[in-house]
Structure formats: structure tokens, C-alpha cells
Design a protein around this ligand. Structure first.
Ligand code: P53
Length: 475
């Protein structure tokens, strides 16, 4: 285990801060998402519609409570904390020339507080919260104009926070843009809303390439601004297993992994992989990609890989409709009969984390940071002072154990582990508060009602001891 291994937690600005229009903040894509639940999708509205519930508008009021919340993280022994900079606090519309000083000030204060409490800020530049104006004016990442806007944003924050932040990542779960049929992820990751008559695959690949070029540019610029920066990419890493040993299933699983590896191959190797080029030729997909941009990809490869890990997926080449699982990252996904699922249909698979870390490390030989892992669950909150979340402890224990095995037995280089949602926050996928991940309970419901008081759950002391002992006691 690295000496300075980072132990902590991770959140994103839009899911926690609230104060969606305070101090000059602009409207982000997260601000036009209504609340949903595990049966009902979040709605993407055209602008803000009065009377609808937009949970990201209030978050958990972290904008005002962070001093107190950070004290609790400090008490658990965090030495790292991941959050994002809300792009719309710095550039409210995304295409202004001059940044919003009040927005910069907020993150100055937040980062100072983190550092003072012994936590390294680990910062995501874009976490499902691009300016909504960039969607309306340019169609999101389908436009190259957005590359310039993002690069400008990154340049400003790199310059401004270079003495406070060392660990950066460019785009949260960049690969969640891959499926054009998924309206939610297309919108939050790419600002993409597809027209019925357009070639969706082509638009998706163009937007992906634009984002990858932006990421590479930012890596290059960042290293010039501060050579100590560590700048990584971020993937939703759901490993894909074959449903059976039928060679067609095995091949299908390998091919499905390309929806993840395409992004990693570009980020790490700085070039478009052959399997993607062949697909473009076959499907007559034409991508606007200049020689200069290809060079940019080469010049801006990442220092490390970061991942979210919640589950594995299993694919079958002969999917039966009634076999289809609830969480589907592609049409071929079926339930894995050896795994159980959370109430939201995510299949719990700690061994998959060890498998994923090995696959990634020995494919790319880059250090890996686990920047999200956790269990969203309904907590019994009838006694707020004594919430017993043994299922969360079990989930995290098994995953941390698998991570340790990957490090100690397999030799994988892991930089750190930040669990998702160390304090309850608004769910990204559903907008619910009651899908809770925290070691700390926030007394607030799906409509923003409640005292907003914070209470330690049973898992609080447990995670504290994990950090204190470097997880030694788990093995
Ligand atoms: P929630 C699936 C669905 C939605 C967001 O998710 C996801 C995933 C996992 O691939 O991504 C991340 O809140 C994301 C976070 C998010 C977390 O998973 O829907 O980076 O913003 O909160 C958990 O339970």
C-alpha cells in the first residue's frame, strides 16, 4: 500500500451544494432534472417549469454547511476528499470571457477548509453539471465550440487553485455517453438531445471525440501551469461478464467492454483504437477530426485512471426479454444468477472490483484511484440517533477487502479510495434523497423538507476504524 494512500469520500457539487442561483451561479444541466425514483425516470425539462420538483436546486445545502460537514469527515480521518467545481459558478453560461469572482471565492474557501483539516482536494472539472446555456446555444458536446469553453474554464481554475489542488480529473464517467438510447446519460454527460432523424451513433462519437480532445488539451495545459499536477480521466467501470462459456457470449462480453475501453484507450494511449476506426468505416460514420487534434490526443495523455465501481454486468448473446435485468448499460445485459442486487437493481459484486482493478492495471500500467464505491439503500431512520446500516458496512467491507487483495496479492497500484456519498446527498440517477449512501444521515426528504440535521450512522465509526488501521483489520 502506498504510504500516502488517500482515504476519504466523494461527492459532486450539483448533488450537494444547493444554492443553485446564489452568488451569480448559472443554470446547469442538473438544474433542469426533476426528481424520479427507481420506477420513474427523471424528466429533463426545457428550462425550469414552475411547480416541478428539482432536487438539485437544494442539494443538502452543502454550500452553507460545509464547515460543519468537513468536521465530521475530519473526525473519520479522511486525508482526501473528492468533489467537483460547478462550472456554472465560475462561468454561469459557459461562454463568457470573464469568470465570476464570487464562484471562485467559494471554492477558495472550501479548498482552504479541506487543507486546514488535512484533506487533499481531489477535483472533478465536469460532473454532470455543464452550463445549460451550452446545450441550448450549441447542442452540447456535439459542437467544437464547447471544447474552447471547457478549456477556458479549466485554465482559469487551474491557474486559480494551483497552490491548493494537486489531483484533478476531467470528465466524470465520460463513457456513460456511449448509449444514445439512454436519454439521461446522453444529457448529463454530453448535453446531448438527439433529433429523431439524425445519425445518433455519429453524433455520439463526435461528441465523445470532442470531449476527449478537450480532456487532452486540458491535461497538456494543466501540466504547463503546474508540473506537479496529477490529471486523470474518470470512467464508470462496470466490468462485463459472459453469461455462459458459449464462445459467442465470451466474444460479446469482450466487445461490450469496448464501450468502456474506447474512452480509456484514447485517454491513456492518445489514439483512436483500430476497432473504433473499423466501426466508423463499416457504419459510414464520418468524424470531424483534424491532424492537429490527433496530435493533441497524443500530447495530453492522462497521469492516472480513476473509476467509479458499483456493480458488474453480464451479457448474453441470446437475450430473452424476460431475462433482462433492471440495470442495463446495454441491450444484451441479463441478470447474473450468482449475484444479488440492491433495491435499485445494481448487482453487488466485490470480486468484480478485484477483477476490474487487475484488468485495468495490467492493460494500462497507470495508477488507479477508486473515486466512487458505495451502496445506495433505504435506511430505517425511525431512530435518527441510532441508524443501523449493517448492509452498508458489509458492502463496503467486501469491496475494500477486494481492493486490498488486488493491491497486496496482485500488485495493482491503487492511489486511493473515496467512497461515494460519505454524507447522504441527492441521487444522480433518480434525484431521490432516500437512496442513501452516507455514513452521515441528513434529515431531509425527496422534496427538500426536513431539519437538514446531520446524524452519524453506525457505519461512521466503522469507516473511521478502517482508515485508522489502513484496513488491516478487515483481512
Ligand atoms: P446514484 C448509474 C446511474 C447514475 C449515476 O448513482 C451513476 C451510475 C453509475 O454508473 O454514476 C455515478 O446517485 C455518478 C454519481 C452518482 C453515483 O454514481 O444514481 O458519478 O454522480 O451519484 C451513484 O445512486
Amino acid at each position: 500500500m502506498r504510504e500516502n494512500f488517500l482515504w476519504g469520500g466523494a461527492i459532486a457539487a450539483h448533488q450537494a451544494e444547493g444554492e443553485w442561483q446564489t452568488d451569480g451561479k448559472g443554470i446547469s444541466v442538473a438544474d433542469v432534472l426533476t426528481s424520479g425514483n427507481h420506477k420513474k425516470k427523471r424528466e429533463i425539462t426545457k428550462g425550469i417549469i414552475a411547480g416541478k420538483n428539482y432536487p438539485n436546486h437544494f442539494g443538502i445545502d452543502f454550500y452553507n454547511t460545509y464547515q460543519e460537514d468537513l468536521k465530521l469527515f475530519e473526525e473519520m480521518g479522511f486525508n482526501g476528499f473528492r468533489t467537483s467545481i460547478a462550472w456554472t459558478r465560475i462561468f454561469p453560461n459557459g461562454d463568457e470571457a470573464v469568470p465570476n469572482e464570487a464562484g471562485l471565492q467559494f471554492y477558495d474557501d472550501l479548498f482552504d477548509s479541506l487543507i486546514e483539516k488535512g484533506m487533499a482536494p481531489i477535483i472533478t472539472l465536469s460532473h454532470f453539471e455543464m452550463p445549460y446555456h451550452l446545450v441550448e446555444a450549441y447542442g452540447g458536446w456535439r459542437s467544437k465550440k464547447v471544447i474552447d469553453c471547457f478549456v477556458r474554464f479549466a485554465e482559469v481554475v487551474f491557474e486559480h487553485y494551483k497552490s491548493k489542488v494537486k489531483y484533478w480529473m476531467t470528465f466524470n464517467e465520460i463513457n456513460n455517453m456511449f448509449n444514445p438510447e439512454d436519454e439521461f446519460f446522453s444529457f448529463v454527460t454530453g448535453g446531448l438531445q438527439y433529433q429523431a432523424d439524425e445519425n445518433k451513433q455519429q453524433v455520439m462519437y463526435q461528441a465523445s471525440m470532442n470531449q476527449l480532445i478537450a480532456s487532452a488539451k486540458v491535461v497538456e495545459i494543466g501540466k504547463k501551469i503546474c508540473s506537479d499536477f496529477e490529471i486523470g480521466c474518470m470512467l464508470a467501470f462496470i466490468p462485463v461478464y459472459p453469461f455462459s462459456s458459449h464462445p459467442e457470449d465470451v466474444l460479446l462480453a469482450q466487445q461490450e467492454m469496448r464501450s468502456r475501453y474506447f474512452y480509456l484507450d484514447v485517454h491513456v494511449h492518445g489514439e483512436v483504437p483500430n476497432y473504433t476506426k473499423r466501426l466508423w468505416e463499416r457504419e459510414k460514420i464520418v468524424i470531424d477530426l483534424s491532424e492537429e487534434e490527433l496530435q493533441t490526443l497524443k500530447n495530453g495523455t492522462v497521469d492516472y485512471i480513476s473509476i467509479s465501481y458499483y456493480m458488474s454486468n453480464t451479457v448474453s448473446s441470446r437475450v430473452l426479454q424476460d431475462q433482462a435485468s433492471s440495470y442495463k448499460s446495454s441491450a444484451n445485459v441479463v441478470d447474473n444468477p450468482y449475484l444479488t442486487a440492491s433495491d435499485w437493481g445494481w448487482q453487488n459484486d466485490p470480486t468484480g472490483l478485484r477483477y476490474a482493478l487487475n484488468e485495468l492495471y495490467y492493460r494500462y500500467r497507470k495508477p488507479i484511484m477508486i473515486v466512487e464505491n458505495g451502496l445506495g439503500a433505504f435506511d430505517d431512520v425511525s431512530n435518527k440517533e441510532a441508524i443501523v446500516d449493517d448492509y452498508r458496512i458489509a458492502y463496503l467491507k467486501n469491496h475494500i477487502k477486494a481492493m486490498k487483495q488486488a493491491m497486496d496479492e496482485d500488485g495493482v497500484d491503487v492511489l486511493g479510495y473515496t467512497s461515494w456519498g460519505p454524507i447522504d446527498i441527492v441521487s444522480a440517477g433518480t434525484g431521490e434523497m432516500k437512496k442513501r449512501y452516507g455514513f452521515i444521515y441528513v434529515d431531509q426528504d425527496d422534496f427538500g423538507q426536513g431539519t437538514k440535521q446531520r446524524y452519524k450512522k453506525k457505519s461512521f465509526e466503522w469507516y473511521k476504524s478502517v482508515i485508522q488501521t489502513n484496513a488491516e483489520t478487515l483481512i
